[in-house]
Design a protein around this ligand. Sequence first.
Ligand SMILES: Nc1ncnc2c1ncn2[C@@H]1O[C@H](COP(=O)(O)OP(=O)(O)OP(=O)(O)O)[C@@H](O)[C@H]1O
Ligand SMILES: [Mg+2]
Length: 164
Amino acid sequence: MLQHQPFGQSHPGTGKTATVHAVVKELKRRAEDGEIAPFSYVEINGLKIPSPAHAYSVLWEEISGQRGTSAKTALRGLEAHFGRKSGVRGPRSNTYVVLMDELDQLLTAKQDVVYNFFNWPTMRDSQLFVIAIANRMDLPQHLAASQPAQQINHSSRPVNSSPP
Ligand SMILES: Nc1ncnc2c1ncn2[C@@H]1O[C@H](COP(=O)(O)OP(=O)(O)OP(=O)(O)O)[C@@H](O)[C@H]1O
Ligand SMILES: [Mg+2]
């Protein structure tokens, strides 16, 4: 399936979200037809959650099945989940595809939320795929400036789309 963490950036209203939705719909169809492994799709929209750290709760609730977890508890759960040695992570069939839309809104002073979400997919056998969408065209450079370049961004593949 997705081999990298695609990272889309372009101006508002150019069809970024619509494009990802169309791709995910097609992937879901293929999964239903047995062409690819089944996966859970999780959408995290920076404009729709109360704080950047709430992104942890959204993903952890999907993985754990728990509801109403605090960001702190969720982060602990995610760190334990993805920090584990591969093979003991649980049922191998659980693949998660996460769309982080309006990523600009998820930036924090420490960039910890974005850093973690870009880092976990790089853990061996994480079975986590993160697609990020931002409006800010200089976001990869901005992130690289605030995190050591080798820590973040090393498996991300920027996809720029120009306004029509
Ligand atoms: N290829 C397309 N064909 C038809 N309609 C499209 C296409 N791409 C985008 N649209 C429509 O254009 C509108 C804007 O698209 P979309 O919401 O995906 O933009 P966006 O780049 O995510 O914008 P924003 O940065 O504001 O989130 C939507 O109503 C969407 O349905
Ligand atoms: Mg959008």
